[in-house]
Design a protein around this ligand. Sequence first.
Ligand code: ZN
Length: 275
Amino acid sequence: MCSVTLVTVVVVAQFFVVLAFALAAVLLNTIDARGFLASTTVGFAVMYGGGISWFVIVAVFFSLGVVFTLYKYGYKRRLGSAQGKGGARNWPHILANGGLASIAAIWNLGNPGIVPAAIFLGAVSTSAADTVATELGLLSHSQPMLISHPSRAVPPGTSGGVTALGFVGATFASIVIGIMALALGILPHPYLILPVCVVGGVFGATFDSLVGATVQRKGYCVVCLKPTEALKHCGERTKATQGKWYIENNIVNVVSTIAGAAAAYATLLVLTPLI
Ligand SMILES: [Zn+2]
């Protein structure tokens, strides 16, 4: 009876910690109102399934995203490439980036072990690497090149456009997630953690660029005629000119977290017999 009460107290405390973080994120204008619900759901799934250490990893990813989104925000806005609404992320973006991490956490609840932990780290590293690469890449002095045709220059902010600075950003973000995971002991063997995070994150972010360059929807706004990758612009449905009409940025993010998680898992499989 006593232990049941204790478990209930812990779960309620976990919920309030998640709620406090999500509320702080809304007050800081980093997520919008529906993003609050999505963040609370993702945050609580991660906290409940993986515990406080997994939640800290997600909080670190979120903080990296906020810092790099707001860094030189005015310049990115003048470039026309800044995230809208002062950088606030909406619910599809949060679910696309946090969905697989939540699933890994729930999996870990019934079956704790190194496999769900590696999947989780690969997914979060990918989201962190992709976010930092995008935000830092926008500040690059050299023109982005299309990853599928490296001789073709594209405007900053184009999906599939890559820069050396973006690649540095992706690697940096994966290393930060890896160091935090190492400090928190998320995988039992410390030598596994950095390679799992860096290979997962850099592969996932590169995969994101490849999908972005090839099959992601690109088009223009029928009202203001500006090129856009969004499904809607100026309140109207945009017209697609290349890629598959249904593959928009959030779908690309979901697929990339799966690719990053698969790369992290493969790294785990390759390295485990060696240590
Ligand atoms: Zn428009």
